[in-house]
Design a protein. Structure first.
Length: 296
């Protein structure tokens, strides 16, 4: 099976390129900027040139705060890009796997979000990703959209790497304790996509639709940081004092949902995929960072 990954040098793209695919899989990854989803014709040219049996979109504009002032670029990458990919797939009968976000929700639900809950993004990033989901659904029924959250990897820039760095530099850290969600290792997402691809290859189909897929269990950014600092102390003997602050104490250009806990049972039941407990995956990534960090 030939699989084309667009955005091969993001966190998810990197993990997809080194994931354990079925023997015989031909994996082609196009990194940014060699492939630029905003460049007219790039999507169509990539799909036509490589003629994959499955397309996976790992491109995104993920800078949540910058998105507030880069509205057009966010929508070009997060809405028009996946829309064009889905259209290129539809005309050739290619299945399409796309990734979306917990930030399509406003965070006001008193409980855990299911796929049936109404979306209501409160920032440009979430709005552009929600529009991307809609564009994909309109263009092709043969899609799997995986909404995930709080993604990190040993590769790229993310909360885990920032906390490990600052935790060694500073005596004290203040981290937001009133936003609830699930950390997700990009490697776990990639492994789930490998599994979905295998099912598509075997049966020619899958349970198309929109799913939630995150690390198992819920925490806050503060709880996430606490676990990172526990591991940091074991490795280095350094551990900053960690204090809990509220969202109001840490103003950012973009508003973020206070609750973005996603119920992942539908993906488990219909696609047979799930992610390990978030703490276990965090341990694996921290191990990699201390023993054999990837370049860049
Ligand atoms: N990161 C999170 O916390 C998070 C949370 C929820 C959902 N998600 C979703 O999960 C998916 C994977 O995210 P990720 O964490 O892997 O994101 P990422 O590390 O930011 O990767 C996105 C990739 O897209 C590339 N890109 C930027 N502009 C592009 C363009 N014009 N054309 C083509 N590629 C372009 C980026 O290149 P540069 O790095 O060079 O800009 C980067 O390689 C995305 O759909 C994201 O929305 C992420």
């Amino acid at each position: 099976m030939k699989i084309l990954v667009l955005g091969a040098n993001g966190q998810l793209g990197f993990e997809l390129m080194r994931a354990a695919w079925a023997p015989g899989t031909e994996l082609v990854g196009l990194p940014y900027p060699a492939f630029d989803v905003t460049r007219p014709g790039d999507v169509e040219a990539a799909v036509a040139a490589h003629a994959p049996a499955l397309l996976v979109n790992a491109t995104a504009h993920t800078a949540v705060d910058k998105a507030e002032s880069e509205v057009d670029l966010s929508f070009a990458i997060n809405r028009d890009g996946p829309g064009a990919m889905a259209a290129a797939c539809a005309s050739r009968g290619i299945p399409f796997i796309h990734v979306s976000t917990d930030y399509v929700f406003d965070g006001t639900k008193d409980g855990i979000y299911t796929e049936d809950d109404p979306i209501n993004p409160i920032g440009v990033y979430g709005a552009s990703k929600a529009a991307g989901e809609a564009a994909v659904r309109t263009a092709t029924p043969r899609h799997v959209i995986l909404r995930t959250s709080w993604v990190y990897s040993a590769y790229g820039n993310n909360f885990v790497k920032t906390m490990l760095r600052l935790g060694q530099e500073r005596e004290e850290m203040r981290v937001v304790a009133d936003q609830h969600g699930s950390p997700t290792a990009a490697a776990d997402l990639a492994a789930a996509i490998v599994q979905i691809a295998a099912a598509i290859e075997t049966t020619g189909s899958t349970a198309w639709g929109t799913y939630h897929l995150t690390g198992s269990g819920y925490t806050t950014w503060h709880g996430f940081a606490e676990q990172i600092f526990r591991r940091l102390e074991e490795r280095t003997g350094k551990r900053p004092r960690l204090s809990a602050i509220g969202t109001a104490d840490y103003p950012t250009p973009a508003r973020r949902p206070a609750n973005s806990r996603l119920d992942c049972s539908r993906a488990r039941e219909r696609l047979g995929v799930s992610c390990p407990p978030w703490q276990d995956s965090l341990d694996r990534v921290i191990d990699e960072l201390f023993t054999n960090p990837p370049q860049a």
